[in-house]
Write a protein of this length. Structure first.
Length: 164
C-alpha cells in the first residue's frame, strides 16, 4: 500500500467505526422498578403503601433511579433471616430515611440517607425488614424507634398500578 492511501484508509475506517457506534444509539437510561408486589402497612395512625423488595435483585435495585415517590409510599426490603442490614444510596436520587425493623415489626432505629452517596447506614441490631420512605416522613408523622409497624394487607402489583 502506498503512503498516500494510508491517511484516506484511516479516515474511512474511523468514519465507519463512528457510524457503527452511532447506529447502536445511546445506552438506555436505567429504569426504576415500579412493578413489585405491594402491601399496606400502618405506622401509628398512618397507612403506607409499600413495594416489597423480596429477592436479592429487587433489594439490590431498591429505589435507585426513582425521580419521585408519593409521600404515603415507600419500599419494604424483606430478608429471609434477621441480620445487621446496611444500606447506601448509590444511584438513588431521592433523600430517604430507612427504618430498620425487627421480626415483630418494631422499629429499631432510623437513618437519614442523602442521595448519590455510598456511606453505609446500618441497623443497630439484627433485623428482617428495612422500610425506606421520603426523608422527613417519619419525623412529620412522629414515628419513632420503639413503635410497631402493622401489616394491613398485601395487594398484587397489577391491581395497584405503577407510579414513578
Amino acid at each position: 500500500m502506498t503512503t498516500s492511501l494510508r491517511p484516506v484508509l484511516c479516515a474511512t475506517l474511523l468514519t465507519l467505526a463512528a457510524t457503527a457506534v452511532h447506529a447502536q444509539g445511546p445506552t438506555p437510561a436505567p429504569q426504576p422498578q415500579l412493578d413489585l408486589e405491594r402491601a399496606t402497612l400502618q405506622a401509628g395512625r398512618q397507612k403506607i403503601s409499600v413495594q416489597l423488595a423480596r429477592t436479592p435483585q429487587q433489594r439490590q435495585t431498591g429505589l435507585m433511579h426513582r425521580l419521585s415517590m408519593p409521600q404515603q409510599e415507600g419500599m419494604l426490603f424483606v430478608f429471609d433471616q434477621p441480620g445487621v442490614q446496611c444500606f447506601w444510596m448509590k444511584n438513588t436520587l431521592l433523600p430517604l430515611t430507612a427504618a430498620f425493623v425487627d421480626d415483630d415489626g418494631t422499629i429499631v432505629n432510623l437513618a437519614n440517607m442523602q442521595p448519590q452517596t455510598e456511606t453505609p447506614h446500618c441497623s443497630a441490631k439484627p433485623v428482617r425488614y428495612v422500610l425506606e420512605m421520603n426523608q422527613g416522613w417519619f419525623k412529620r408523622h412522629k414515628v419513632t424507634p420503639g413503635m410497631q409497624l402493622k401489616w394491613l394487607q398485601t395487594q398484587p402489583a397489577a391491581a395497584t398500578g405503577t407510579r414513578q
